[in-house]
Design a binder for this molecule. Structure first.
Ligand code: TYD
Length: 203
C-alpha cells in the first residue's frame, strides 16, 4: 500500500461531532505506511493559548478579536508546521482549519465565504480533502454534556451549533467529504477510510 505524499487533509465538524477521534484513527492508519503528523488548531502558540482562554469564557473576546486571533494563529501554524512538513513529504492531518473560522466566526457583516476568501488570500494552503463529520446539533450537545459536564465552551449551545453547522454546509465544495457522524466510531471510520483509499492510496 502506498499513500500519495505530500498530502494535506483536514477534519472539520461542530463541537461534539467526533472529528478528533476520526482524525486520530486516520493518523494511525497513515503513520504505519508513510511519514505522517497530526496537528490541531488552535495551536499552542501564544495566540492559540489566548484563544483557548477566550473560548472557555475566562477572558472576554469579541467576534472580531477571535477572527483576528484565529488567523494569526493559523499564520503561525502554516509557517512553522504545515508548510515545512508538506515540503518534507509528510501526510499532514489537521484537526480544524480555516473552515472552522468560516463556520464559527461568521457574523458582523462577514459571511462564511467572505472568511474563507480572507484565509485563502493570506496564502494559506488549501487541503486536498476535508472530512466533515456531520452530526445533529442535539446529539452533539448530548455528547458534549456527557464529556465535560457543565464546563462548556462559548459555542456549545444548541442555537450556536445549528448556525455553525449551516455555515459549514454553505461552504462545502468538492473538497468536502460529508461523513454521517451519528453511527458508531468504527462505522464512521469505515466511511472515512473508504474515501481516503479511493483518492490517496494505491496498491
Ligand atoms: P477544539 O479544541 O477542536 O474543540 P473540540 O475538540 O471540542 O471540537 O476547538 C475548540 C473550539 O475552537 C471549538 O469550539 C471551535 C473553535 N474554533 C473557532 O471558533 N474558530 C477556529 O478557527 C478554530 C480553529 C476553532
Amino acid at each position: 500500500m502506498k499513500i500519495k505524499t505530500p498530502l494535506f487533509i483536514v477534519f472539520e465538524g461542530i463541537d461534539g461531532a467526533g472529528k478528533s477521534t476520526q482524525a486520530n484513527l486516520l493518523f494511525t492508519f497513515c503513520r504505519a505506511i508513510a511519514p505522517a503528523v497530526l496537528l490541531q488548531e488552535p495551536t499552542d502558540s501564544q495566540h492559540g493559548k489566548l484563544l483557548r482562554k477566550m473560548l472557555k469564557g475566562e477572558i472576554p473576546g469579541t467576534r472580531d478579536e477571535l477572527l483576528e486571533l484565529f488567523i494569526k494563529d493559523r499564520a503561525y501554524d502554516v509557517e512553522h508546521n504545515i508548510l515545512p512538513l508538506l515540503n518534507k513529504g509528510y501526510v499532514v492531518i489537521v484537526d480544524r482549519y480555516f473552515y472552522s473560522t468560516a463556520a464559527y466566526q461568521a457574523g458582523n457583516g462577514n459571511t462564511p465565504s467572505d472568511i474563507l476568501r480572507m484565509n485563502i488570500e493570506k496564502g494559506f494552503p488549501v487541503p486536498e480533502r476535508v472530512y466533515f463529520i456531520d452530526i445533529e446539533p442535539a446529539n452533539a450537545l448530548e455528547r458534549i454534556h456527557r464529556r465535560s459536564g457543565d464546563n462548556k465552551e462559548i459555542f456549545e449551545t444548541l442555537h450556536a451549533l445549528e448556525t455553525i453547522r449551516g455555515n459549514y454546509l454553505s461552504i462545502a465544495d468538492s473538497t468536502f467529504a460529508v461523513i454521517q457522524g451519528n453511527p458508531g466510531v468504527e462505522d464512521i471510520f469505515k466511511e472515512v477510510l473508504k474515501d481516503f483509499k479511493k483518492h490517496f492510496v494505491t496498491g
